[in-house]
Design a protein around this ligand. Structure first.
Ligand code: FES
Length: 117
């Protein structure tokens, strides 16, 4: 299997992946970062949103091998010291979590929106 090297939440990361593996599955199943959720699995709902080089991407339809040499940020990367990121705090303060399942995707999309604006 090809060996994928990339930066994940600021840390150099290497993992073996099959050519057809999708980023969401690699993050969750191979690297244990289950904060990224899989809802529809078809690129429609956004629950799986992560940042790739600071741009939002739907990891459920994103080929894992395409992040070779790139920077990937997941919801876990926003609070590496266990404290909430200000965007996460804002979600809590304004009761924006709803059931919470897709909240990580919402927050990562918010991060991309704020970065772009
Ligand atoms: Fe719905 Fe990826 S899980 S867009």
């Amino acid at each position: 299997m090809p060996r994928l090297s990339f930066t994940l939440n600021g840390r150099p990361t290497e993992v073996e992946v099959a050519p057809g593996d999708l980023l969401a599955n690699v993050l969750r199943d191979r690297l244990g970062l289950i904060g990224t959720k899989i809802g529809c699995g078809e690129g429609e709902c956004g629950a799986c949103t992560v940042l790739i080089d600071g741009v939002s991407a739907l990891s459920c339809i994103y080929p894992a091998l395409k992040v070779q040499g790139r920077q990937v940020t997941t919801i876990e990367g926003l609070s590496p010291k266990g404290t909430l990121h200000p965007v996460q705090e804002a979600y809590v303060e304004h009761f924006a979590s709803q059931c919470g399942y897709c909240t990580p995707g919402f927050i990562m999309s918010t991060m991309a929106l704020l970065r772009e604006n």
